[in-house]
Each structure stands twice: as C-alpha cells, then as structure tokens.
Ligand binder design. Structure first.
Ligand code: 5AD
Ligand code: SF4
Length: 461
C-alpha cells in the first residue's frame, strides 16, 4: 500500500495549498458505469483536498472531464464542452481544467488537445487515475499544462478515498480491461489487458459499503464471466457472486457485463438459487448473423446464443434479459438484419440498446471492406430499433399487476410528489411518495406499463 500512502500525502499537500479558500469542483462523466465509478474516486480525492462539489461548470474552480471513446459521438460532445469551459476560464483564469479517461488513451486526441486546447491544465489516461492527486499537485506547482498518459496498466491501487453518487447503492469493480478484441471495439486498446481484483479486496469493499449504508451493489467488469483468470485465489465469477450475495445486510446484487461466450451453467444456478441476485442479465448480442458474429470476433453463433437464452429463461423464468445490438457493421446485408430481428423475437428481450456502428481508428473493423452508407446504416438501425421496442414493451406489459420489491432511488424529477424506484428486473417504477425514505425497499404494484417503466402503487401502508 506504498502507493496509496504516497497519494494521500499529495492530497494533504494540495489541501494545504487550498487552505482558507472556498473552492468548488465540477465532475463531468461520459460513458459507462466504469467511468462513473472512476469519477467517484476522483471526486473522493478532490473532496479530501477541500474542494466542494457543484453541478455547474461555470461555478467551478476545477472541472474534471472523464471521457469515453466507445462511439464517435462521445468525442464530439467533449470538444463542445471544452469550448464552453474556455469561456468560463477566461473570466476566472485560476480555474483548472482536467481531462482523463478512455479518449486520452488515443494518441491523436491528446495531440489535438495539446495543440488546439492549450488552456487545458491536466491530461491523463485510464491507467494512472490513482495518481490524480500527484498529477494535480505537479500542475499547481509547475504552472503549465501537464500530460501523463501510460500505455499499459502497472498496478491495482486499493484504499484511496471515493465519494458515492448514491448513499444506498454503489458500483464495485471486480476486474479491469478486456482481452476479447471484438473487432469493432476500442476498449481493449484504451483500458488494457484484463486483470481481476483480489477476491478478499472485493469482499472487504462490499462489507465496508454495507456498513456505510449501501443496500445494493453492482459488480462491474467488461466481461465479468472471465473473472479470476490470473489470480491465485482460483475462484470463478459464479463463486464470487454467491459470496457477495451471502454478505449480511446487503439486499441486492447486480452485475455487468456478461459475454455470452463464457457464461457458465454454474452462474445460471447461482442466480436462480439466490433471491438477492437481481432478476436481470445483460447479455450483449451485437448481431444475430453468424457471418457478422465471425467478423466481429464474438466467438459464438446465433444457435449457441439462442440455446443459452432459452436455458436461462427455463431455469429463471422471471428474469429480464437485455442486450446491446450494433447495426451497420461493415458488409451488413438484408439477411444479416433478418437474423438479428429473428433473435430479438425469439429471445423476447426485456430491453436493448441499439447502436449504429461507429468506426474506431485502430480496431480491426475500421479497415474492413464494405463500410455501409449513411442511408443503409439508418435503414437497418430503424428496423432493428422498432422491433426491439415492440418486443420489450410486450415483455414489460406481462408484469402489469404484479407486486414487486422496489428500491426507492430518488424523488421523481418531474413531479416532486412522486418517488422513482427500481425493481429487481431493472425497470423503473414511479409511485406516490409516502412515509418511506430514499434507499428503502418497498412493495409496489406495477399498475400500468408505459414502455420501459411502470406507474405503480405502494402496497400495505
Ligand atoms: N460502434 C458501435 N457500437 C459499439 N459498441 C462498442 N463499440 C462500438 C462501435 N465501434 C457497443 C457494443 C457494446 C456497447 C457497450 O457499445 O454494443 O456492447
Ligand atoms: Fe469491447 Fe468485446 Fe471487450 Fe465488450 S467484450 S469491451 S465489446 S472487446
């Protein structure tokens, strides 16, 4: 724990420099739950340094952008935000602008920021997030732009501060990186090789979270099913999940994401036999076409995926299965779209994210022949989206009238007399506020389904 001690010293140093000043920070996160979790760590470090949180960039003395690069639109959004931040900085020259995350692992992006966005103060990547305190201190002392990008992972540093977005639920990293190299995906390049956290560190973190008021955790990894590879612990994801679910005081466990190629029967049985494990499995399909699955390097077939989905539904009938689908992958034709639509109908997804294929420099698919035109891409996307919406709406409707255990997550944004909660199957439910508090579980009847969410009524009191 040498490294964490060193970082705590840097936190103290910056805190000293900040003493007596009323400083605010604003954290902006793009992308997935991994980034959300990383930003909680960054926020924890900033708060220990004496910065106070604000949701407004214009009010901040320090802004930290955590970036995503999985699809192209995420890039565009960041550069728009940076332009606006520049204006704030012109009025407040001491303001610090920091950027980190996946996009910074791409050389051309860093080059662009260093040449055209000179007002950015600190640039770092995904592998050295834990060095944030040291880097910030270096920037403050050096008074010039600092860039520190590593090209691979060095160590997993535990025991740094973090602040949670929600007091009652939390993500917990169980592994980092990805070794699958799906041909369209940039994640293995920007997040590096797969490595698992030690079993005892995960269990200790969950126990700590429970003692601090957390009732629901989400175990996070790009491919949780391959958890444990390279560890001396010799423990599978199914075993880890069971051990986490066994922790006293914890009420619900989720996890994300499962790759269909290595989802074990044991995992299915562990979910089936543990009520605390959410009735929800996110199982990215990407495409229903064997030809495209091969080109995507997904290592399963349409047939294999369908068998897996029906085994899951047979063993756990009330489980929600959701998915990710990419349309417009190079060479995608009419037959491929039909295959994808066929899988959507046969699995009967409870929800799906549909993405237009986005070419990422450096991936295998970027140099494939047969890139689709904008029109073809749009046409395939629209058809798949329509089918997904139709199927998942019908699935949600099946549960109207059921009473479900619901975690109250917050006050409804549009109507302060209502609460918003989440059922085990991961759908959102809106219901009238009563004596219960945020972070509590209540029984709610799902009166009416409105697409992916329900309007409901609290039962018994
Ligand atoms: N284009 C479109 N979608 C992509 N995804 C990953 N890479 C790309 C890409 N280049 C999608 C996949 C993955 C989800 C997180 O993002 O569907 O499951
Ligand atoms: Fe990307 Fe495939 Fe790894 Fe998921 S499993 S992060 S899609 S390479």
């Amino acid at each position: 724990m040498e490294e964490s001690r060193l970082q705590l010293e840097y936190i103290e140093k910056v805190k000293k420099i900040n003493e007596g000043r009323d400083l605010k920070y604003c954290s902006v996160v793009f992308g997935c739950q991994m980034n959300e979790k990383d930003s909680e760590k960054l926020c924890g470090i900033l708060e220990k340094m004496g910065y106070e949180r604000t949701g407004l960039e214009e009010e901040a003395d320090l802004i930290i952008y955590n970036t995503c690069t999985v699809r192209e639109n995420a890039d565009k959004r960041l550069f728009g935000r940076l332009g606006v931040a520049k204006q704030y900085k012109e009025e407040k020259p001491d303001m610090l602008i920091c950027i980190c995350g996946c996009m910074m692992q791409e050389e051309h992006v860093v080059k662009k920021i260093r040449s055209s966005y000179r007002y950015v103060d600190l640039i770092f990547g995904t592998f050295n997030i834990y060095k944030f305190a040291e880097l910030l201190y270096t920037r403050i002392e050096a008074k010039e732009q600092i860039t520190d990008i590593w090209d691979s992972h060095r160590e997993i540093v535990e025991d740094l501060p973090a602040v949670r977005k929600y007091p009652f639920k939390s993500g917990v990293n169980i592994m980092y990186g990805c070794d699958n190299f799906c041909s369209y995906c940039i994640v293995p390049y920007v997040r590096g090789r797969e490595r698992s956290r030690r079993y005892s560190d995960i269990i200790d973190e969950v126990k700590y979270l429970v003692s601090d008021g957390v009732v629901e955790v989400m175990l996070l990894g790009q491919n949780v099913n391959s958890y444990g590879k390279g560890l001396s612990d010799n423990i599978s994801f199914a075993e880890l999940l069971k051990k986490v679910a066994d922790i006293d005081g914890l009420k619900r466990v989720r996890f994300m994401t499962s790759h269909p190629k290595d989802l074990s029967d044991d995992l299915i049985y562990v979910i089936r036999d543990n009520e605390k494990i959410a009735r929800h499995l996110h199982l990215p399909l990407q495409s229903g076409s064997d030809r495209l699955l091969r080109l995507m390097n997904r290592k399963y077939t349409k047939e294999g995926y369908l068998e897996l989905a029906s085994k899951i539904r047979r063993e756990i009938p009330d489980i929600a299965i959701t998915t990710d689908i990419i349309t417009g992958f190079p060479t995608e034709n009419e037959d491929d779209v039909k295959d994808t639509i066929d899988v959507i109908e046969k699995v009967g997804y409870d929800g799906a994210f549909t993405f237009e294929y986005s070419k990422r420099t450096g991936t295998a698919a970027a140099s494939m022949e047969g890139q689709l035109s904008k029109e073809e891409m749009q046409e395939h996307f629209d058809r798949v989206l329509k089918k997904v919406q139709e199927v998942s709406k019908a699935q949600a409707k099946r549960f109207e009238g059921y009473v479900m255990e619901t975690l109250i997550e917050g006050v409804n944004e549009k109507d302060p007399s209502m609460y918003t909660g989440r059922i085990s199957r991961n759908n959102v439910v809106h219901f009238k506020k009563d004596g219960h508090r945020i972070g509590e579980f209540v029984q709610v009847r799902l009166d009416e389904c409105a697409g992916f969410y329900y309007n409901g009524t609290v039962q018994g009191g």
